[in-house]
Structure formats: C-alpha cells, structure tokens
Write a protein that binds this ligand. Structure first.
Ligand code: FES
Ligand code: FES
Length: 155
C-alpha cells in the first residue's frame, strides 16, 4: 500500500512520519509515537478514552485517520500538563479522589480542559454536557463533576 508522509504538531513538537492511508490516529499515537495517555477502550467512538485535542477541540482518536492529523496541532494529556486549566483540574481531581481505576481520566481531563478554556464559568449543565462523551465505569460521575466545578470556581 502506498505510504503517506504526514507532519503535525504533537504536544508542541513537530513530528513527521510515514503512515498507511488506513492507519488510525490512536494506533499511530500509541504504537508509533509512544504516546500512551489516549487509551484503547471501545475502539468505535462510544467511550471517549481515546480523546485528544486537535486544533484545540476534542476528538476521538479511534475514529480519526492518521492522515487527518496532517498539518494540525495534536495535544494529548502528556502535553496538556502545562496548560493552566489542565493543571488546576488535575490538582482538584487528585484532592477529591475523583477517579478510581483512572482509565477514563485522560479523556475526561481533556474534555474538561476544552470546556474551561472556552468557558471559565460553566454551569453544572455545561460540565455534564462537556463530559457526556466520556464513559466512566467506576465513579457515577458525581466526584468528577464536582471536581470540575470546584476547579472552575478556584475553590
Ligand atoms: S476508544 Fe475511542 S471512543 Fe472508545
Ligand atoms: S475511574 Fe474507572 S472508568 Fe472512570
């Protein structure tokens, strides 16, 4: 199969590599680029564990082809750690023990980061809506929603 060269920003660094047209972005990030925070969950767009930011917007990397990343800026939790809201969220999630197994955490944190970067004063409804695509099998969501609310309010 003909390979395609793609070049994109990954957590602030420029990366360039050859991919097949059918390669999935999640697989390329994890398998070829050693980025492990996006997790393989359902692998069909339902659970949100593979969430990454593409040009500042959350996408499900299991549904994106690697060629779609060409020319974009991709940020994963590894690179989001320097962003103001990501740091506040992580501190608050830790303080409140908001996660149990943590499998959903990278996706939830990126969804919440996207929300707070756009809207620093979200309502409870906004918060629930922002993480609606991130399935958590452990917590019942309450501590996650509270942690995002408290991080936004600077509590
Ligand atoms: S692994 Fe991508 S949405 Fe579940
Ligand atoms: S903490 Fe286990 S899936 Fe969310």
């Amino acid at each position: 199969m003909k390979m395609h060269r793609i070049t994109f920003g990954l957590n602030g660094e420029k990366v360039s590599l050859e991919v097949e047209p059918s390669d999935v972005l999640l697989d390329v990030l994890r398998g070829k680029l050693g980025i492990k925070s996006p997790k393989v969950g359902c692998d069909r767009g339902d659970c949100g564990t593979c969430t990454v930011l593409m040009n500042g917007k959350t996408i499900r990397s299991c549904l994106a082809l690697a060629v779609e990343a060409d020319g974009t800026e991709i940020v994963t939790l590894e690179g989001a750690n320097t962003r103001k809201w990501t740091q506040k969220l992580q501190k608050k999630f830790h303080e409140k023990n908001a996660f149990q197994c943590g499998f959903c955490a990278p996706g939830v944190i990126l969804s919440a980061t996207e929300l707070l970067e756009k809207n620093a004063k979200p309502s409870m409804h906004d918060i629930k809506e922002a993480i609606a695509g991130n399935l958590c099998r452990c917590t019942g969501y309450e501590p996650i929603v509270e942690a995002i609310d408290e991080a936004a309010k600077g509590k």
